[in-house]
Design a protein around this ligand. Structure first.
Ligand code: ASP
Ligand code: MG
Length: 467
């Protein structure tokens, strides 16, 4: 099989774990063609972002301190991980070249006192530039030839939307398949840096936080991989957060569209665009644990087998949100009310998570993150209070409970089962939404009720017996 394995930062941050990964990839490559995609090591991207923040605040000392922290951490892991002296020396030399460029870039940014999206992408790309060298060298150390490549090296070409770029797939496909096929033909394992590419002028770009998942599926689509495995520190997608529901289960199989919803709500964060390159090619993906490779993980496909028939597949919660009820008699039958409300919120840079309006049109309810609540209320009061809005009622500290499963579509009785279970536990529901796709049913409760609600629904749909 042709496989793309993507390793998250937590799987490749210590000597022991890197060696574990190297041995696993070595063994797997005996019978498969394997391409590896890596995130930065744990905490590195956060530190890089903090360097930019420090430069913006003209705190040169802090920026330099963070840079040394990153450099020392990687040097130390490199020294401890690679056993063959010749390889170790070679790796340290290559890392040193990166460190030089890294320090020069920081000096330049400090000198200018300017942080642009373009310079930030360049800076943030160092996390993966360093991690791929560690992993590739560790694979080499196990006796397999391996080569490290950044997104730019491998041929990922993107638009120039720094910080949130998109790949230009036609060019990318040609370049990436050529690069990787050549390496495969020489039995060399490519270790590719996730998260980054380069625009047509050669400037480094990134896909946004968590973008390594996206890199893995881009690569997979370019080389027509048979499967893509996202390796991290969880076993896969679960029916509920195991910290809340003791008997929650690993989901053996879900569809792309369910996985997209779950990625937004669940414990396993996946970059939102990750599934795009897979859908047209129908390439299956597995979400697996790099520390528990006996477990097959969760298989994500276009059309899961009938094995898992449940209407609802998982229930999750997003805590710490605020609910705003917007009321006003003059909202009734007035076209443009919603447009004005959402334009006001958009102008204030607020992300609205849930929306509902009752048919009488006398109120619109929205949910935003607690951290956005003040800003949202302020913007609405300043712009619209006394005009189309008469009253704002705010509830802080609410939780969104979301049920996901494509089996809900067209199934009668889901809502009554949900709210029956909620009622039995005497929980008050503040708001309900269901899109017409019926893939996702969500409602809002107080933070203090959220765990009870999740457990009640998990029980009501017998999710502990799902597979
Ligand atoms: N290193 C990047 C981040 O932390 C990309 C990734 O991990 O997927 O966001
Ligand atoms: Mg990551």
């Amino acid at each position: 099989m042709k496989l793309v394995l993507k390793y998250g930062g937590t799987s490749i941050s210590s000597t022991k774990d890197i060696q574990l990964v190297a041995n696993y990839v070595n063994a797997l490559s005996k019978h498969n063609k394997v391409a590896v995609v890596c995130s930065a090591t744990s905490g590195t991207t956060d530190d890089l972002i903090e360097i930019s923040e420090s430069i913006k605040k003209e705190n040169k000392g802090k920026a330099e301190q963070l840079a040394s922290k990153i450099i020392n951490r990687h040097k130390q892991v490199a020294k401890q991980t690679i056993k063959k002296p010749e390889l170790r020396k070679n790796l340290l030399q290559k890392l040193d070249e990166d460190f030089k460029e890294f320090n020069a870039l920081i000096d330049g940014m400090v000198l200018l006192g300017e942080v642009t999206p373009r310079s930030m992408d360049y800076l943030n790309s160092f996390g993966e530039r360093l991690s791929i060298k560690l992993v590739s060298s560790a694979i080499h150390d196990t006796g397999k030839k391996s080569s490290s490549l950044t997104g730019k090296d491998v041929g990922i070409v993107t638009d120039s939307n720094f910080g949130e770029s998109k790949p230009l797939m036609d060019t990318t496909r040609l370049r990436v398949s050529k690069t990787i096929d050549l390496l495969f033909s020489k039995n060399i394992i490519p270790v590719i840096g996730g998260f980054t590419g380069a625009d047509q002028h050669g400037h480094v770009t990134t896909f946004g936080r968590g973008g390594s998942d996206y890199t893995a599926t881009i690569i997979g689509s370019c080389i027509k991989a048979d499967e893509i495995w996202l390796m991290s520190d969880v076993d896969g997608l679960m029916t509920a957060d195991p910290k809340i529901v003791k008997n929650s289960k690993l989901l053996k199989e879900v569809s792309y569209i369910e996985a997209i919803e779950m990625a937004l709500f669940g414990a396993k964060q996946i970059h939102p665009r990750t599934f795009e390159p897979l859908i047209s090619k129908k390439i299956p993906m597995r979400i697996r644990n790099s520390f528990n490779t006996k477990n097959e993980g969760t298989l994500v496909t276009a059309s899961p087998s009938d094995l898992v028939k449940n209407t609802v597949k998982c229930v999750s919660s997003i805590r710490h949100n605020g609910l705003i009820d917007i009321r006003g008699g003059s909202m009734v039958g007035t076209p443009g009310t919603a447009a004005k409300i959402f334009a006001t919120l958009a102008k204030a840079g607020i992300n609205v998570m849930m929306i509902s309006q009752n048919p009488s049109e006398s109120s619109i309810t929205i949910v935003v993150k607690n951290t956005d609540l003040d800003k949202a209320v302020n913007a609405l009061e300043m712009e619209l209070l006394g005009k189309i809005i008469k009253k704002l009622e705010v509830t802080t500290d609410v939780t969104i409970i979301a049920l996901i499963g494509s089996g809900m579509r067209g199934t009668v009785g889901v809502a009554s089962k949900v709210f029956g279970a909620i009622e039995k536990n005497k929980i008050n529901v503040a708001m309900i939404t269901q899109g017409s796709s019926e893939l996702n049913l969500a409602f809002v409760v107080k933070n203090s009720d959220s765990n009870t609600a999740v457990k009640a629904i998990h029980d009501a749909f017998k999710l502990d017996k799902i597979n």
